[in-house]
Design a protein around this ligand. Sequence first.
Ligand code: C2E
Ligand code: CA
Ligand code: CA
Ligand code: CA
Length: 279
Amino acid sequence: AKSLGRNNYQIYEVSAEQAQQQNMALKSGLRHAEHNGELRVFYQPQVDAVTEDIVGMEALVRWEHPELGFIGPGFFIPLAEETGLIVSIGEWVLRTACKQAQEWERKFGLRLRLGVNLSAVQLMQANLLEVVASALTESGLDPNLLEMEVTESISIKAAPNLVDNLHGLQRMGVRIAIDDFGTGAASLDYLRKLPADRIKIDQSFVRNIGVDPDDEAIVRATIDMAHRLKRGVVAEGVEIEQHLQFLRANRCDELQGYLFCRPLPTPSFEKLLSERQRL
Ligand code: C2E
Ligand code: CA
Ligand code: CA
Ligand code: CA
């Protein structure tokens, strides 16, 4: 069975032909998902590794399909990239999340950092800076609280606008994080050439803490390297206490994962913030 994501609808083993028909149907559904109001933004907290206070959150998109239920981004983002729909979906996520973050700042007086994923397709758009600037103006969110997450899957050479766009974002005061660090073909080249403020250690390394000494060594070395380069480090996929202890002992700055909280829909995240505030 092919999974559409954790706890989501499952598509069972189908023939190649059926799968292709299914993809086409989903692509056409996706075309209308945005204006039909079927897209949702979920938020997952990022916590300080020492105090475990919530210091930020990552916006993660979901598609609430009228018949199929929730479809995870791991499944539909690739379809959105193929069709180019990612440009408008990504912009919608950015605007929605910026407005939400600004509202939470106003309601709770918390200055939480907001992480938003940027697809390679968006990063190559000539008007990316205008789109981000308008999302910030429209929401009133402080640019310093916005962090765009960029994956290493994009070749710097193949994407001429990429480096300029990232420098432009940095000039606006927006932060840049390299997502899934260590899984791309050119991690160190990325680190050297891109104006990144932070590194997100990929969950495939974090998962092997306590299991594979080589991966533990890579995690340690990544944290150390990031700090020597004056960059912050976030670990994602922190699922168990042992991950937390290891990452804390090795001075990772922030943590994200099911151990603390799953991605939550807006009302649940807001409830979490209001409860934390009363502590
Ligand atoms: P990502 O950016 O690496 O996001 C982290 C993924 O790990 C999320 O999956 C999150 O739910 C999941 N996760 C968080 N904590 C844990 C944990 O402790 N254990 C495990 N096993 N998983 C954990 P999700 O929400 O299904 O998103 C998958 C991917 O889809 C994201 O990976 C990102 O690449 C992409 N994506 C999500 N939202 C957007 C978006 O708005 N725009 C773009 N371009 N891509 C997005
Ligand atoms: Ca991410
Ligand atoms: Ca990631
Ligand atoms: Ca990923």
